[in-house]
Ligand binder design. Structure first.
Ligand SMILES: [Fe+2]
Length: 489
């Protein structure tokens, strides 16, 4: 019987759990505010079987969809595996059949023509449908009431791109969802598809453009008038893949680029700005236009943050020596040249949360998981091997920063924001906080904070009866939105 590798990818917080469970009326400490009615969906990669390769990444793990349901002060939880063809094939065989992270050439022959989608990165809600997304495949639709997998989402067969980002952007005014897919022309191609669904969920445009080179394009920016596509030098090599190797290596000497085009324009209108060599960013807080400039707020690293990619690239640096910053990049579309200005706007952090209503518009604040190093070493585990223990509320305009820390040995997942209908009230944040144990499994707790006063004691906490595997991203779907779902309970 094969066993899970004893690497950080499969131990500590990342220890595979693989438990599908349901609990009703979890024990709530404190009081859940009356306006919090709806679902907190979470994407959890949790490998159902030991990988074929011991150096594999948890990013290949089978997607689970987790849902906390809030109703009249009570909380329920459900978590289910996505029934992707990949999961079903491996479940039937009772072992892993798919090979390395994003290398189909390393799969066993019996699954060569089976969809590799793991659907494990972000739950996305649009036009009454819930999708589980991962950037190397199409999104998978899930019934939001039953968590049953419906299937790959192709916009009625209209979408040509075989990939869709895990970071679509929904315009809060038009209700349109803007998306892209890279390696759209096939594995290792520099083709990027950029597509838009209208507020009813119909595909209204799809066009393709060429990136400067094939790179890991995880997120993008969207303003009222522009779409922004940063390209960082984490690169691939088809020959390496054919030889069974890794998908990505990071080129520390490689150029970075930011492509900006009119958001309803054509790929040929893309204007490329040149950035520093060797940098990488997974997530953008927001993008907006102000004072004649286009701004992109970036959670930036001076190299590739994922240890498994750095190791494959021969970049051997201690995690504590990596340089992370949070920057605002400003582009003047009215001047010639390929340069842009940057300035720091916040202490470092990642997995930022913005109010949905602020997407693409000038905004006053955001929330950012961050590290309070005075509390000791980080909790081991999560997507990049170390979790952070604090949460910030940052006002980039005023420079005002407030924070709260959860204590030594804790790990904060990306929060969701629940808006309030009351004027002047900024709503709440809900997140999972893990606590490491000296021996055995960690514990997980759901925490609800006032979004304005995040340093105040939590309004409510829910200690979970089963530890939760680290999530990647989450989303909030109100009870009113759920009632308008395309699917019934
Ligand atoms: Fe992400």
């Amino acid at each position: 019987m094969s066993r899970f590798p004893q690497t950080v990818e499969f131990t500590h917080l990342n220890r595979p759990l693989g438990i599908e469970w349901t609990a009703r009326n979890l024990h709530v400490e404190g009081k859940i505010p009356d306006e919090i009615q709806g679902a907190f969906f979470r994407a959890v990669p949790d490998p159902a079987f030991p990988p074929l390769f011991d150096d594999d990444s948890t990013l290949s793990a089978d997607g689970m969809v987790s849902r906390f349901w809030f109703e009249n002060g009570a909380v329920d939880h459900d978590i289910r595996y996505l029934r992707t063809p990949r999961f079903e094939a491996e479940r039937k065989a009772r072992r892993a059949l798919f090979g390395r992270y994003r290398n189909p050439y390393s799969d066993l022959p019996e699954v060569r023509n089976v969809d590799r989608a793991a659907a494990n990165t972000t739950p996305v809600w649009h036009a009454g449908r819930l999708f589980m997304t991962k950037e190397d495949a199409l999104g998978y639709e899930v019934n939001p009431h039953t968590l049953e997998t419906i299937g790959a989402w192709t916009y009625g067969g209209k979408l040509r791109s075989p990939t869709m980002t895990a970071h679509p952007r929904v315009d809060p005014v038009t209700g349109e969802m803007f998306m892209f897919g890279y390696e759209a022309g096939g594995i290792c191609t520099d083709d990027v598809a950029y597509f838009i669904a209208d507020r009813e969920g119909n595909l209204k445009s799809e066009q393709w453009f060429k990136a400067p080179y094939c790179s890991l394009m995880h997120d993008f920016g969207l303003t009222e008038n522009y779409a922004i596509f940063p390209v960082f030098p984490t690169k691939t090599d088809h020959e390496r893949l054919k030889a069974g190797g890794v998908h990505w290596t990071h080129d520390q000497q490689g150029d970075s680029w930011v492509g900006i085009m009119p958001r309803y324009g054509r790929g040929e209108q893309m204007r490329w700005f040149k950035g520093p060599k060797g940098i990488f960013a997974f997530h953008y807080i927001n993008a907006f236009e102000q004072d004649g400039l286009v701004h992109l707020d970036v959670c930036l690293a001076d190299t590739q943050p994922f240890p498994f990619i750095r190791v494959a690239s021969g970049i051997h640096r201690n995690p504590q020596d990596l340089k992370f910053t949070t920057e605002r990049w400003s582009f003047d579309m009215n001047k010639p040249g390929d340069g842009y200005a940057s300035r720091q706007i916040s202490p470092p952090g990642d997995l930022p949360r913005l109010r949905d209503a602020d997407q693409g518009r000038p905004y006053s604040h955001f929330w950012l998981p961050s590290m309070d190093a005075s509390l000791g070493p980080p909790l081991i585990g999560g997507p990049v091997g170390a979790q952070v223990n604090a949460l910030l509320r940052v006002e980039p305009g005023t420079g005002r920063i407030a924070g709260t820390a959860f204590g030594p040995g804790t790990g904060v997942s990306e929060p969701v924001h629940v808006p309030s209908g009351k004027p002047g009230h900024d709503g709440w944040l809900i997140m999972v906080v893990d606590r490491g144990q000296d021996a055995g499994l960690h514990t997980s707790e759901l925490v609800i904070l006032d979004a304005t006063d995040i340093g105040a004691p939590p309004l409510a906490r829910v200690q979970l009866p089963v530890p939760l595997h680290p999530q990647i991203h989450g989303c909030w779907v109100s009870a009113a939105q759920m009632a308008k779902s395309q699917h019934k309970a």
